[in-house]
Design a protein around this ligand. Structure first.
Ligand code: CA
Length: 237
């Protein structure tokens, strides 16, 4: 298994509110994009990533993929509780984070997602977005009110319908995927998929050298303006 992780502040922001981790031993890969301002976003994404990792580490790996999905779901709920606790101790409102987590065993992936960071599958067939964005705009696309193209530039595209660290209902999307031979998974924050069209993401993510691919994706996002923090995590089983 190989992976490459690059997280960059971008061209305009002064701090990086994205957090990420790649644990090859566990086969666990996480990207989180925090929000809340005044360093709260940075703290939220870091707590969410660390808690998810710690929660998965604390439990022995189950034999069945189905049980692994249960563990990952529990880990995301643990992360949510930890961010809620931190926000309440700080007396901060609006502190939260997205969370995209992939648990990979050989070629079988269990994925948990909250918010609008994404997991893509890149294979010979092209690029497929595996996760669904928890945004108002994605709901409008799903219901046929908005086209995918119009969604890309919609003023409300960053309005999340779900985040880690909120007291409301948390229903992470859980899904399974098989990574074909030669395929890769790409986890990324919206600093990437907001700025680059999917055909460009695909061609850069397919560069043979996985480190070069990750750096090229971040460099291209920055070349396109780099308005946001950008995090890219490529995994190849
Ligand atoms: Ca972002």
């Amino acid at each position: 298994m190989r992976c490459a992780l690059v997280s960059d502040t971008g061209m305009e922001r002064t701090n990086n509110e994205d957090s990420a981790v790649a644990d090859l031993e566990l086969g666990l890969f996480i990207v989180a994009d925090g929000m809340g301002g005044h360093a709260a976003g940075e703290v939220a994404s870091r707590i969410a990533v660390d808690t998810t990792l710690a929660s998965m580490r604390a439990r022995s790996r189950p034999a069945r993929v189905r049980d692994e999905a249960e563990l990952l779901l529990q880990a995301v709920h643990d992360a949510n509780a930890a961010v809620v606790r931190e926000a309440s101790e700080r007396g901060t409102h609006g502190m939260g984070t997205t969370l995209s987590a992939v648990c990979l065993r050989k070629r079988a992936a269990v994925i948990a997602n909250v918010g609008d960071s994404r997991v893509y599958l890149i294979s010979r067939k092209g690029l497929a977005q595996l996760t669904v964005d928890h945004t108002l705009v994605a709901q409008m696309v799903e219901h046929g009110v908005l086209t995918r193209e119009a969604a890309r530039t919609h003023a409300d595209k960053h309005v999340l319908t779900m985040a880690v660290g909120t007291l409301g209902l948390l229903e992470p999307q859980i899904l399974y995927a098989k990574v074909p031979a030669g395929g890769r998974l790409l986890l990324c924050s919206d600093g990437l998929h907001d700025l680059l069209p999917e055909d460009e993401i695909e061609s850069l993510a397919k560069l043979p050298d996985i480190d070069e691919a990750a750096h090229a994706l971040v460099a291209r996002a920055n070349a396109r303006g780099g308005f946001d923090n950008v995090t890219v995590l490529l995994v190849e089983p």
